[in-house]
Design a protein around this ligand. Structure first.
Ligand code: DOR
Ligand code: ZN
Length: 434
């Protein structure tokens, strides 16, 4: 990895795609003191010119769903290794889920994560606070003090508040602070004990399944609460056909709900479970081909505005057990761009600007932050993509501390070529190419 500390650059010759500003053309991008500027502002400034002909320059990608595991599970990931992986994947901002140990459900924990991020972070880390104390779903977390401490969003990810009345109060109270609520939509009674999707393969393999209805129920609940309260709710890792249909209906009716898709629900189905490889075990589970296509259709028609990885590192020791006993989750930061370029753009489902929008405009709108664009005056967070380079994904190249991915050996087309955070080149493989 090449790191360049300087932050004056002329990125020339690339196709610049910035969905927020409706830009898609070959032009130069100018960076001065870590800020995006116009050509005139570069007069007399010493800057390095990078010839990026054939590449794509985009606003830095944002991942609203990342588990950095620090504090508590640092054998699986740390803020340092997770943000190195983010940089290598093209992500310049990550939202860190609160299911650490201890849980991020109080101001002191938020402050601690911000200090870790300041000290060890390669990219921007936005802490996400819990909805309920200890993610237990019983009492509201101290949302006011979480907001003052600087959380970017709230989620009980990994868990889902089952008590609808409590969820109603959380949603209403959080709206006073304009904090996005992100929900892992799962009815635990229906999903209980399920390790894969309930369907053809769970019956054939004799494994306990989680029905899609477990997700659909909570998506419906959240749509009802968003309609009743007028408050925004974001649905994490949408995986089932009916979930997409419900969101489509809600959005068409002006209900303030959004949804994200993960690269694994875009690329894979539950047919893979016959390998009994725990790198295919995650929650929500891989579902049917029909569900996978519905997720893609949701991305195509704008029902799903965000792609997020649900990067969920687990050690080999934890994962190398019988399927039933393995933890849910796979890593995703370093595979998201190659997998989605291959599955969505090269297979003709999305245009490159549409894909980039799911990594920039969609997340920035959810977070209501001035990131995800190349607007003049904004921080120079930039992702450079080579959409054409063919390569095989290899876990041995990963910066993540964990290796739990089903994409080892995957034949991909396209990768992240370089990543800039505040104008500093934090990752580059420009030198290794063709
Ligand atoms: O697969 C998952 N892993 N889903 C979640 O909701 C939580 C995550 C984790 O923290 O490992
Ligand atoms: Zn989740």
């Amino acid at each position: 990895m090449m790191m360049k500390k300087q932050n004056n650059w002329i990125l020339s010759g690339a196709r610049v795609i910035d969905p927020v500003n409706n830009i898609d053309e070959v032009r130069n991008v100018y960076i001065k003191d870590g800020i995006i500027v116009d050509e005139a502002a570069m007069q007399g400034v010493e800057a390095e010119e990078l010839d990026l002909t054939g590449k794509v320059v985009a606003p830095g990608f944002i991942d609203v769903h990342v588990h950095l595991r620090q504090p508590g599970k640092v054998d699986a990931e740390t803020v340092r290794t997770g943000t190195l992986a983010a940089a290598a994947g093209g992500f310049t901002t990550v939202v860190a889920m609160p299911n650490t140990s201890p849980v991020t459900d109080n101001a002191a924990q938020v402050q601690y994560i911000r200090e870790l991020a300041e000290r060890d972070g390669i990219v921007h880390v936005l802490p996400c606070g819990a909805l309920s104390k200890g993610l237990a779903g019983e009492e509201m977390a101290p949302i006011g003090s979480l907001a003052s401490a600087g959380v970017a969003a709230l989620s009980d990810d990994g868990k889902c508040v089952q008590n609808h009345e409590l969820m109603r109060h959380i949603v209403e109270y959080a709206s006073n602070f304009d904090l996005p609520i992100m929900d892992h939509c799962e009815n635990t009674a229906l999903a209980a004990g399920g390790v894969i999707h309930e369907g053809y393969w769970s019956v054939l393999l004799g494994m306990k399944g989680q029905p899609s209805a477990a997700e659909e129920l909570m998506i419906s609940r959240n749509i009802m609460l968003a309609r009743m309260t007028g408050c925004r709710i974001h649905m994490q890792h949408v995986s089932a056909r009916e979930s997409v249909a419900l969101l489509r209906y809600a959005r068409a009716n002006g209900i303030p709900v959004t949804g994200e898709a993960t690269p694994h629900h875009i690329a894979l189905t539950d047919v893979e479970i016959k390998r009994f490889d725990t790198n295919y075990k995650m929650n929500p589970p891989l579902r049917s081909e029909d569900d996978r296509m519905a997720v893609i259709e949701g991305l195509q028609d704008g029902t799903l505005t965000i792609i997020a990885t649900d990067h969920a590192p687990h050690t080999q020791t934890a994962k190398q057990v019988e399927f039933d006993y393995a933890p849910f989750g796979i890593i995703g930061l370093e595979t998201a761009v190659p997998v989605t370029l291959t599955e969505l753009v090269h297979k003709g489902y999305l245009t490159l600007p549409q894909l980039i929008s799911k990594f920039t405009k969609g997340p920035a709108e959810l977070l209501k932050r001035p990131i995800g664009s190349l607007s003049i005056g904004s921080a120079a967070d930039v992702t450079v993509i080579d959409p054409e380079v063919e390569h095989t994904i290899d876990i041995n190249s990963f910066y993540s501390k964990s290796r739990n991915t089903p994409f080892h050996g995957y034949q991909a087309k396209g990768w992240t070529a370089a990543t800039f955070v505040d104008g500093v080149c934090v990752y580059s493989r420009l030198d290794e190419e063709r």
